[in-house]
Design a protein around this ligand. Sequence first.
Ligand SMILES: C[S@@+](CC[C@H](N)C(=O)[O-])C[C@H]1O[C@@H](n2cnc3c(N)ncnc32)[C@H](O)[C@@H]1O
Length: 352
Amino acid sequence: MVSTSTIAKNNNIKPKDLFSYLIVNKFLYKEGRDYKLTDKGLSLGGEYVKNERFTIVTWDDKRFNKIIKKLAPHVESSTFRYPMQFLSIKNKFGKRMGDDIFDSLNRGVAILETEAQLEQYLFSHGAKHHAKMKDAINELLCEGRSISLSSEIEIIDYGCGQGLASNVLLNILDANKFPIDNIKKIILIEPGKIALDRAVDFLKNSPKVVPVNKGLDDITTKDLETKEDTIKIHLFSNILDMGGKHFSIENLAKKIRSTQAGDNYFVCVSATNEMELEQFTEEITQVKFKSQIEEILERQGGDINLKGKVIFSPDTQLDTIKFISKDTSNIHHPGDRHKSWRRIHMVFKKEF
Ligand SMILES: C[S@@+](CC[C@H](N)C(=O)[O-])C[C@H]1O[C@@H](n2cnc3c(N)ncnc32)[C@H](O)[C@@H]1O
């Protein structure tokens, strides 16, 4: 027997929504602050259980399935479950571990080697990376822009660390009631074993998680295997700005171009280094972008050769490329309106 709140949590439904459903459909009613079972609730197997402080309503998990089917069709019948909200993960596992550990993160780019570093990373960088990634993914998924509920998708998370970007994407798909069974694969690429294990653990109930314990220069075309008829979502959260120093952007883009087919969406987010994000986008799309100076000179009628160069803008129409969003404005701190975080994101689609 499990409590109503636990059933809600296990099925990624807000407890408040489940209680209102049970009241509206006359399985429960309220007496003061307490929930009481109606005859209908009792016949569904509802029971009262007393602990020292409260009397709570519990249910037989199996008999409750009919209700879950109606309320959460996107998770019903699947053996998979969406992960918990990323901010709950951050609050549970993120801890301040001290200045030495903070310094050892090297502003987030170090390969993490201890649990203490994982915890400090979540504490120091979790909330801002979450906010930036969420904003970019919302650009991708808003107004059914890229995927419908019947699409099948595969996800590749490059330099995934503890899997933050995949988690944020799954939280948003969950909120959009995307059927979890339509996620066919999640490839997690990360050279740090301890961070990768943590990412796998956070995503353990998700469909086919494939960990690749390598740096981006070492991945093979086999590691990037996906199917032609799925929608691929490529996630780059705070990793492309490390390109050039830690791995070759050109080689990475070449591997992606040679392995991926069909519809591919790219969500690239970093704090700085717009040039690296642009370079990667140019390498994937195989078009060159006009620089700001070139744009100004062109508007002034200057005699410069910009043949084939384009502006990254949703207004730029190209055959196999759709530019969705480029944003270099800072993002507001959700808890403090005077603070903001630097970010640059580029979201685009390329058909191969
Ligand atoms: C700033 S963190 C970003 C982690 C994660 N994507 C996020 O947003 O939280 C950079 C990550 O890149 C990983 N990394 C370092 N060198 C790498 C390389 N050569 N190839 C791939 N990842 C690398 C680090 O281990 C670390 O997890």
